[in-house]
Design a protein around this ligand. Sequence first.
Ligand code: FMN
Ligand code: SF4
Ligand code: SF4
Length: 429
Amino acid sequence: MSGTNMKFGTTDKVLQVNSPIFVGNGPNTRSLESCMEAIDAGAGAVEVSGPRGIGSNENFVRLDQFQLLPSKQDAFKNRYFGFATTGARKKWHNSEFFIEKKLEKISKLKKYAAGKCLIVVSVGSVDYRGTGKKGQELSWAEMVSVSQEAGADAITLHLNTGQQLAGKMWTDNPDILIDIIKEAKKASKVPIIAKLPIEGCDPLDLAEIALKAGADAIAPTARYIGLHIDIHQETVPEWGGFHGYGGPWSLPITSAWTALLTKWDRNCCIIPGGGVMSWQDVVRLILVGAKMVQVCTWPILKGYGEIKNAIGCIESWMKERHYKSLDSFRAKSIDNLIEQEVVWGRSYDKGPYEGVVVDKDACIGCSACVHVCYFGALSLDTSNSAEIDKTKCVGCGCCYHTCPVDAIRPPDKLTEPKATYTFNNRILE
Ligand SMILES: Cc1cc2nc3c(=O)[nH]c(=O)nc-3n(C[C@H](O)[C@H](O)[C@H](O)COP(=O)(O)O)c2cc1C
Ligand code: SF4
Ligand code: SF4
């Protein structure tokens, strides 16, 4: 990506990246070939699975299970699908998941990337307290050391799993979180990314703990505990148990926490993930402060061709708006974020979309807006174009967000002037 000048890491550890796309570790990065594809597509970083720690004996690999929600047919159309991982493990001797094979893959990728793309290694442990060594099981420091020796440009500490309420676990046991990050940091010459939960906790508290312990970046990852009942089997999925779910439905949650984290610490390097399925979603997260944006479910389902196209689309969008770098629009959308108490304390005559207009040339007469307007302000005229009765319109914006062809134009100014923001007793600028 030309002219992005994107920086990754905190002041003492700055790495240049070529695009904001951070391909997250998942089935899409398990093979060497799929990682190479991600690099060729123009990813700024590719995250691969590194050695696993105590409790995750490398003779066992996780058996991924995928579910498309709400159903196979509707999944793509409605964008509601989610991916599930159970944490169920399969005995898989001599598999590519052995440490040696993983390290070999990291070295090969590093060479292949030739400085064009960061190779990030995600390390994790089922037993977060584990620091000893047993067979192929490694401590956090050892996982970090061997990964960077193999060529990792940055290391992710995978501190979030969808199978346990990690947010509560860290909130109740901050000392363990601090120990892990400090241990990793001590062993590391490269940036440390803390992949943290945003469920079951105040994510700002966890971010504060992680940054104080030495993390160089925060990756608030949206894997949520989920459950999907299969009505054919009338039961929980094959292996039982809850699943770690992600997918497009989680984007607004990811966006909210990215915005709040950015407001709380403008210098924090945030690499959010969860629900990104289009180039517009990438832009959305940068607008609320993301330095890079994790993508996983998207390339799994649609392939790396989409990522390549997305980078082109982001470049065109930037060009149109005369943005020379990602920094020039990063966090632009959060200045006008208003805390809920302030909104409640005000009274408005009309909603923020007062003054929406229909572009009759663009309207295809589908009547979607007519159905969503509960105020009776929309109807189709004799030429089958939507028209708005301004006396009935309350400015709710439902029509604008529903029109499939963007024929409803919003009023020029939607946002309020900058205000100081208070969240959970923190003053956020
Ligand atoms: C099937 C699956 C397995 C994953 N396994 C890992 C993992 O082992 N380590 C890790 O750091 N992240 C893992 N992730 C999380 C992704 O790297 C990424 O943070 C997250 O999926 C982004 O959300 P999205 O899938 O909605 O794009 C996994 C994601 C999926 C979908
Ligand atoms: S903004 Fe709301 S009230 Fe006004 S026309 Fe659209 S849907 Fe109806
Ligand atoms: S939803 Fe859009 S395209 Fe459909 S009738 Fe309304 S304005 Fe026209």
